[in-house]
Every structure is written in structure tokens, then in C-alpha cells.
Design a protein around this ligand. Structure first.
Ligand code: HEM
Length: 206
């Protein structure tokens, strides 16, 4: 049985997917709705949808970041970090700081939006590392997650299987974490069959 917490988290995820899909539909001409979203209209989608698709706070892909080296003596919170010391940003812990991310275990896409409905840009940067060695692939990574998520929600209704609850913390113990296999059901929504969706996507070049 899925417990209440899991149900709430699941609803939040589904609501986000639904919102992404509605945003796509509301930006499409009626005759386009059966077509796979093209990259250009996809990028016109709300910054909101794009923003929440990128940062992987709840489960950081790279929990520890890479090793950096202090270029000078640094005093931080009363501690001396000597020149030459190896320093690693704890990305997992940053994403769980309750002062910045209240109720950190909760999946809540709304936390990325401020009271004026704008994306909180100041929160987004840390999952890709820090300083001069910050991830140079962050833009392609964010765009790729966004496009893939949008296409999945355009093409399918994704539903969990109540008989196979998903363990949100089941990940590989590798430097770059990957989810362990889990079960969801993909129901085709823009064509009758998965083969039909494949044909629609051929125009898209994927
Ligand atoms: C969601 C996907 C990704 C995440 C979360 C991620 C995260 C990171 C992090 C945390 C670092 C360490 C930065 C630091 O030292 O402070 C890093 C470095 C790096 N990433 Fe990514 N990355 C992602 C995707 C990519 C992609 C798609 C590429 C290439 C196309 C890429 C290329 C690199 C390279 C080359 C470095 C080493 C940079 C250096 O040491 O100078 N990453 N990434």
C-alpha cells in the first residue's frame, strides 16, 4: 500500500507533469496538438516549467561535487581552511538545508517560485557545482531534461502501479547517481499505440 506521504509526493509530481502538458497545449495552435512539440515552441513554454525541470535538488545527480583546492588561507565560521586544502561542496546537504529549503524531504516544485510568481534564480545554481570548475554541461543538461520531460508528458499518461510502490531513495551508489529500476505504466495519449507515437516522433528526429 502507498502511504499518505507517498501519495502526496506522487500527486505533486503528477500535478507538475500535468501543468507542463497544459502549458504546452495552451501554447499550441489547435492543429498542432497532435504533433510532437517542436524545439522552438517548447522553449517558449513558461520559464516556470523550464526552471523546475532542471535542478535536481531532491536527489542530486552528483551528491558530492568534484574536489577543489583552496588558493589561499580562508577563515570560515571560525575555521581555517589552509591554502592548498582539498574542498568538496556537499551538494546533497546544500539541497537539504531547511533554512533555504523548508521541509526538504518534500517534493515541492513551487519552492522554486517566489511570491511574485518569478523563478528564484538565486537557488538554482548549486547542483552544477561551484566556481571556475562549475559544470560546463549545465545548460545542455537542463535543456535535455526539460525537452525529454515535456515530450514524455506530451506522448503518455505516466501512472504509478499501486501494486509496485516506488522507493524514492533507491539509487545506485555511484559517483553519478541513477535511479534503480522502478515500475510505472505508460499509457499512450496522443496516438492509440506506442508505435503511433513513434511515427509522430519521427518528424521530430528522435
Ligand atoms: C543533470 C546533469 C548534470 C549534473 C547534475 C552535473 C553536475 C556537475 C557537477 C556538480 C560538476 C562539478 C563542478 C565542480 O567541480 O564544482 C560537474 C562537472 C563537469 N560536468 Fe557536469 N553535470 C551534468 C551534466 C553534464 C553534461 C551533460 C556535461 C557535458 C555535456 C557535463 C560536463 C561536465 C564537465 C566536463 C565537468 C568538469 C568541469 C571541470 O572540472 O572543469 N556535465 N558537473
Amino acid at each position: 500500500m502507498i502511504n499518505e506521504d507517498e501519495l502526496v509526493k506522487h500527486r505533486a509530481r503528477m500535478a507538475w507533469g500535468q501543468r507542463l502538458r497544459i502549458t504546452w497545449l495552451s501554447h499550441s495552435e489547435p492543429e498542432q496538438i497532435g504533433l510532437a512539440p517542436e524545439p522552438e515552441p517548447l522553449y517558449r513554454l513558461s520559464r516556470w516549467s523550464r526552471a523546475v525541470s532542471g535542478p535536481s535538488r531532491a536527489v542530486a545527480t552528483l551528491a558530492g561535487g568534484f574536489a577543489h583546492k583552496a588558493t589561499k588561507d580562508i577563515i570560515w565560521n571560525g575555521y581555517l581552511i589552509p591554502k592548498g586544502a582539498t574542498v568538496m561542496g556537499n551538494i546533497w546537504a546544500v539541497g537539504r538545508d531547511p533554512e533555504v529549503f523548508p521541509d526538504p524531504e518534500n517534493f515541492n516544485p513551487q519552492r522554486w517560485i517566489n511570491e511574485e510568481g518569478k523563478v528564484r534564480e538565486e537557488l538554482r545554481a548549486y547542483t552544477f557545482g561551484f566556481g571556475r570548475r562549475v559544470c560546463p554541461g549545465q545548460h545542455i543538461a537542463t535543456a535535455s531534461v526539460f525537452v525529454n520531460t515535456a515530450l514524455i508528458h506530451w506522448a503518455f499518461r505516466v501512472k504509478t502501479d499501486p501494486s509496485a510502490p516506488i522507493d524514492d531513495l533507491a539509487f545506485t551508489e555511484s559517483a553519478n547517481t541513477h535511479p534503480l529500476p522502478f515500475k510505472v505504466n505508460f499509457e499512450p495519449r496522443v496516438a492509440a499505440t506506442t508505435e503511433g507515437i513513434r511515427e509522430l516522433l519521427e518528424d521530430y528526429g528522435v
